[in-house]
Ligand binder design. Structure first.
Ligand SMILES: Cc1cc2nc3c(=O)[nH]c(=O)nc-3n(C[C@H](O)[C@H](O)[C@H](O)COP(=O)(O)O)c2cc1C
Length: 167
């Protein structure tokens, strides 16, 4: 085997999970950003974790509100995911610039994409500094799914999003 760096590792482990982190900004508007640093963290109670840079607007929002919806985006959202992943929601309204169809889940006022395979409404339990990221450990309050939808995954060190198996 040859020694590699972390960027190469993320390309070699791909396809990696992909979630759109949906949060509310201070003015009440919706923000979304793609995240690949995602994992389940507990069965009982159901919990998950994800990691984002502290400067991301999503990090600022979940720390302020304690709430988010994480949704696995469907294949129709390929371009929107890349657009949402290339700008900070603190500087602009990404949903106005790149509008997508949204849906609601009972129990949360955070909307998420209509084209989602699964979505988790979460409450923040702990935010931990982990190197250059913050790790958000969250309780899953509710989960909904439509497994007829095909989800996108992150490929090639997050350079590209595509289904896990290309047809
Ligand atoms: C496929 C993909 C995966 C990404 N995964 C992460 C991640 O796991 N953690 C992170 O901090 N940023 C990740 N990013 C970058 C953020 O989405 C990007 O910094 C975004 O602009 C943050 O938006 P926000 O400031 O509105 O929260 C990813 C981007 C893409 C395109």
């Amino acid at each position: 085997m040859k020694e590699i760096n972390i960027g190469q590792a993320t390309a070699i482990t791909s396809p990696d999970p992909l979630m759109l982190v949906c949060t509310k900004k201070e003015d009440g508007s919706l923000n979304m950003a793609p995240v690949s640093f995602f994992m389940y963290a507990s069965f009982n109670p159901p919990m998950l974790a994800f990691a984002m840079r502290p400067t991301a607007n999503s990090s600022v929002n979940i720390k302020r509100t304690g709430k988010a919806v994480l949704a696995a985006p469907g294949t129709s959202l390929k371009d929107a995911v890349m657009a949402y992943g290339s700008s900070n929601g603190g500087d602009k309204n990404k949903l106005e610039e790149n509008p997508i169809a949204l849906q609601n889940m009972d129990g949360t006022d955070i909307e998420f994409p209509e084209d989602s395979r699964i979505a988790f409404a979460v409450s923040l339990e702990q935010a931990i500094e982990v190197g250059d990221h913050n790790m958000f450990i969250c309780r899953i309050d509710k989960m909904v799914a439509d497994d007829s939808k095909e989800a996108l995954f992150a490929w090639d060190g997050y350079a590209k999003v595509a289904p896990a198996q290309e047809k």
